[in-house]
Design a protein. Structure first.
Lengths: 145, 633
């Protein structure tokens, strides 16, 4: 083999190895890090999702908010049809309030409760996360345009 | 009054459309539009757009609410600077700014010398086709000068999150970066048409591509700076789709600038350089318009109708189809002359090109996958930030290695072991420092240790080679930009890793009189005050930071209540020290008695910004050195 062909061959094989390793790593990592979004009704129907990290969104039910200590909170998230009780330990965003839209991230437990480790912040009072609008539309409780 | 302005400004837009059409016709060598010349038309394009932009600024400053755009995005009580920055804090205004920069690059290029007349004509013609497209889009689909007859007395206001001095400069800087690549794209197309993609072409492209890259880097850094200081999220990068959208053209552009350099020095990789130029500009378009279209939801999204999004998608599609068919048709005629030796600087740069494309793919996949499942399967999901960090970290290790070794290799075959022997002191020093760091700070993760080691190696190696005065004195001086940027990247990576490992966060719910602890510091919650400002009311908390009973500093995190439009924002209070930032944010949820305080220790933030700054300065230096080393012999 001439040195030109040889060097091209080495380059080609090297890039092939790099590409295939990279593709494998990317795909496995992507699969491990996907966080799905559910509404309360959807989540209750898919009880096999228990134990996974996911996002849950809807409205904070009126009258459901309580704090046990100063940083442990309980509230329910509703889509007007079903409710899921949420326990959250941490800091609540400025705009968190009953009857407002909310998205939380955490684990759906075997007993049907949701342990949240994040309450996602919103930017203004009238803003409603698109996923929450979608959830409310699915349950027929959406009153916007 | 408003009606006159409406006519004048629309006349100006039409004037620019006409000039751009005449300019574009020069792409075919015709006699009809030989006059007026390229420079005259470029003047007309620039002046018409500049005037309409100034008119728009004027309308915002006098708060003329008969103009729809001013009514929806401004408020008479806003401070002057935000009336001014409000001009581009909306879809139409930012489009006009985008076009202004497009025209400005066109103009500057038309004035540049030492370029063959025909090549200049074609480049300007391609650029003018884009100007025509965007001005037509502005004129027909998002006219900033649309008027209403309602005689409103007051406007709706600008989103308070956007009311920040940094936000007055972040979009223009980012846009100069994005739009700068439009000229690089036009140059690539002109090169394909004239079939002259060679060393001379690379010399013409070099200053433009480097300055666009430096601006894009600065734009991203400013955005990240803003997120850190203004949004109060306690971090500088979140792998948010919007951030990714600006990172993708940056990655492609980083590959591109290195290819332009190889092309200039060795006359190889012509096709790949052209592909990268097209890719970078397409990603810049995606970067601007994906963000603006409303597909991604974030602060950056301006309300927009589907027609606009469709136009931009169509435009990107046309650009891709046109340029790649031209490429397929003409690429054989761009001669690939020599090939490279296996162990040489060229190979090193090529490998890093591949690594950059891999990182680009990772980011692209992570950003687009949720969009795709949402559109195709109607299923919402998010890709967690861990996907990016765990996938990219191992690639960064390889990337840093090649970044360190490549500049040390020659352009022709080099013996690797000789280089290693030559650099033995450097390697031993870096290894020792890394060992000390990892033992002292109890750092035992292999990936993190390797990143620190290679970053250190890269930084020291780049710094010493710019100070190293050997016999090839000239080479040393012209490489200052490269060495500075490379050292900056090493510093940035070290700061990123140590910041990720040693950041600490504490969350408390506090009442006045409470003492909160973060590491060795005690924070006493002293008092809480209400303050009235011209455009908002605020709730200000005072925390006294003490160490060993001694008062060190007072922190005043704040919550602002804006009324136009009604919004609440949290303002962080930050103490900068050389090795770490201490960062306090507070929140007051509506159904709660006490305030919540989030406290962060963010190590190496100052060093992180320093690294980014060095990269930007390096880019500017490389852009301003007109003639690179034509050849080292």
């Amino acid at each position: 083999m001439s040195s030109l062909v040889k060097s091209r061959l080495i380059k080609f094989l090297l890039s092939l190895i790099i590409v295939s390793i990279a593709v494998l790593i990317i795909i496995f990592n992507l699969r491990d890090n996907i966080i799905y979004f559910y509404g309360p009704t959807e989540l209750i129907k898919n009880s096999d999702k228990q134990g996974q990290i996911m996002r849950l969104g809807g409205l904070v039910s009126v009258g459901s908010f309580q704090n046990e200590t100063e940083s442990i909170f309980y509230f329910s998230i509703t889509d007007g049809e079903n409710e899921i009780d949420v326990k959250y330990e941490g800091i609540l965003p400025n705009l968190f309030a009953e009857d407002k839209g909310v998205v939380v991230e955490g684990v759906y437990m075997n007993d049907g409760r949701f342990i949240a480790n994040k309450v996602l912040a919103k930017h203004d009072e009238n803003y409603m996360p698109p996923e929450v609008i979608e959830t409310l539309k699915k349950s027929g409780k959406w009153q916007g345009e | 009054m408003s009606l006159y302005i409406f006519y004048i400004s629309n006349f100006l837009l039409l004037l620019c459309l006409t000039a751009s059409l005449m300019q574009s016709s020069k792409i075919i060598n015709n006699k009809i539009f030989a006059r007026p010349g390229v420079i005259v038309l470029a003047y007309v394009q620039l002046i018409s757009i500049l005037l309409s932009f100034l008119i728009l600024i004027y309308l915002f400053l006098i708060s003329d609410f008969n103009i729809d755009l001013v009514y929806f995005n401004s408020h008479s009580e806003k401070p002057l600077i935000y009336k001014f920055s409000g001009v581009w804090g909306n879809h139409e205004g930012s489009m006009l700014l985008w076009i202004l920069i497009l025209v400005l690059f066109n103009f500057l290029f038309a004035l540049s010398r030492r370029i063959s007349e025909r090549f200049k004509e074609i480049t300007v013609a391609v650029q003018s086709i884009m100007i025509f497209g965007f001005v037509a889009f502005l004129f027909f689909l998002s006219n900033p000068f649309a008027i209403n007859q309602n005689n409103f007395f007051e406007g709706i206001g600008l989103n308070p999150i956007l009311q920040d001095p940094l936000l007055a400069i972040h979009p223009p800087v980012l846009y100069v970066g994005y739009v700068g690549f439009s000229l690089v794209f036009s140059l690539a197309i002109a090169g394909l048409i004239t079939k002259e993609v060679d060393q001379q072409w690379a010399s013409i492209v070099k200053p433009w591509v480097f300055s666009a890259w430096a601006f894009l880097t600065a734009g991203i850094a400013l955005g990240s700076f803003w997120a850190y200081y203004e949004l109060g999220w306690g971090g500088y990068w979140f792998w948010d789709p919007v951030e990714n959208a600006s990172l993708m053209p940056w990655i492609a552009a980083t590959a591109l600038i290195h290819c332009v350099l190889i092309l200039q020095k060795r006359n190889v990789m012509q096709s790949w350089t052209i592909i990268l130029a097209i890719l970078t500009f397409s990603l810049s378009l995606v970067g601007t318009f994906l963000v603006r279209s409303g597909i991604l939801n974030s602060v950056h999204t301006f309300a927009s109708d589907p027609g606009r999004g469709l136009f931009i998608l169509l435009f990107i599609f046309l650009i891709l189809v046109f340029s790649f068919s031209l490429f397929a048709y003409n690429s054989e005629k761009i001669n690939e002359t020599s090939s490279m030796d296996l162990i040489s600087r060229g190979t090193g740069i090529q490998v890093n090109n591949w690594l950059l494309i891999t990182i680009l793919t990772i980011v692209l996949l992570g950003t687009m996958y949720p969009l795709a499942t949402d559109l195709l399967l109607n299923k919402s999901l998010t890709v967690g930030p861990k996907y990016y960090s765990t996938t990219i970290a191992p690639i960064i290790i390889l990337f840093l290695f090649f970044m360190f070794i490549s500049p040390r290799l020659g352009w022709t075959d080099t013996k690797l072991y000789k280089i290693i022997i030559q650099l033995r002191y450097l390697i031993i020093t870096s290894l020792t420092i890394t060992l000390i760091i990892s033992l002292y700070f109890e750092l035992f993760d292999l990936t993190e240790i390797l990143i620190i080691f290679f970053s250190l190696l890269l930084t020291i190696s780049s710094m010493t080679s710019s100070l190293n005065f050997n016999k090839q004195n000239i080479l040393v001086r012209t490489n200052l930009g490269q060495n500075l940027a490379h050292a900056g990247f090493g510093i940035l990576m070290m700061a990123v890793v140590s910041n990720a490992v040693y950041s600490e966060e504490r969350i408390y719910n506090a009442k006045v009189g409470d003492n909160l602890q973060l590491q060795k510091y005690i924070f006493s919650f002293d008092k809480i005050e209400q303050v009235e400002e011209s455009n908002y009311n605020s709730l200000k908390a005072y925390f006294l930071m003490k160490k060993d009973g001694k008062l060190i500093d007072t922190f005043t995190p704040e919550i602002r209540f804006y009324s136009n439009p009604p919004t609440i924002t949290s303002e962080a209070s930050i103490l900068h020290k050389f090795f770490s930032d201490i960062y306090l944010v507070m929140n007051v949820p509506q159904d709660q008695q006490s305030i919540s305080v989030r406290m962060h220790i963010k190590p190496f933030m100052t060093i992180l910004w320093l690294g980014a700054f060095m990269i930007i300065i390096g880019g500017i230096i490389s852009a301003s050195i007109r003639v690179g080393r034509s050849d080292e012999k």
